[in-house]
Write a protein that binds this ligand. Sequence first.
Ligand SMILES: Cc1ncc(COP(=O)(O)O)c(C=O)c1O
Length: 352
Amino acid sequence: MTKENKNITYLDRNESQYGPSPACFESLKQPDFKTLSEYSRDYTRGIKSCLSERLAHEFNINEKNIILGYGGEDILKQVVHCYIHKGDKIMIPSFSWWYYKKIADEVLGVKVEYPIVEGKDSFYYDIDGMLKIFQEHKPKLVLISSPNNPTGNRLEIEQIKMVLGKMRDTVVVLDEAYTLFYNKDNSHLKEIIEEFPNVIIIRTFSKYYGLAGLRIGFALMGKNHEQFSLFSARYLGFNRLSEIIAIAALDSKEYYDGMCKKMNDDMEMFFAEFNKLKGFKAYKSFSNFILVKIPLEIKENLNKYLTDLGMIVKFMSEDGLFSHIRITIGTQEQNSNLMKMIKAFLRDNPVK
Ligand SMILES: Cc1ncc(COP(=O)(O)O)c(C=O)c1O
């Protein structure tokens, strides 16, 4: 029995509240005998999986340049475990998904942080600062997240290319787990992996496609990753149900376009509404979550108030983000309920 309560709204985990497309559920109704009882045998066709084949087709790249994994989490772990050994340096953004530091610790890597700084209405990568630290430390691997979790900021494609140009001989992992919420143009992928042989770009079906429970992600990589390809090889194939459902998601463009439009509208609503509230500051975000600075004096009581109403958002506690909440963009109803709850709280607990 799971302890999760159905009446609670979880806007703290960056999971999709709209869920996957109806076609994903439909595809689950048709598993045949072979899908469940046999290995895929896709390797006999010289490919890893029908999914990597489909992705190669979508991005117009060679299937050999794609790897699949058990979510972006698994691919990040694999890359770090493949390339980083005790004492090797790994560059990580100052504000980032906690997991980056965890995997660096797993292999006894040396973490070198580079700056993400607060601007007028968003956080941003301090690219000069980042390149200076890169020159000074000469890390073995650099992790870049665009859009970044939890700050929500992104790098423009031209900025990414500039940075990759300066780090040409180093393994750079570009985590694009959240990218589709803002940018559906994938043309940079082929260009980047062809131009930068050491890059690895990570994507996932968990966020935009609403398939976090399926645990499937993939990466596109430049041509210098023979070692990593061998490291991540799965000779008996992949989870065949995941392959089928992920392909159904790729075929559901219309569903996801509609969902994304609603989420982007609500992102704008949150940004405008929070910035009107005394003592609040919302940061521009290009993902499915928004970071908001709140008056520290209300942090504890607001947390209790929302929790009692069954509305869970992430109250941050890390250095530099102690006065912040991160809200996953939910359905239109959930988002509007959350806004109403916060305004009602502020009416009874005005900020001084
Ligand atoms: C920045 C970032 N990258 C990757 C992931 C991995 O997601 P998954 O393992 O579900 O693909 C997450 C999950 O929260 C994330 O925040």
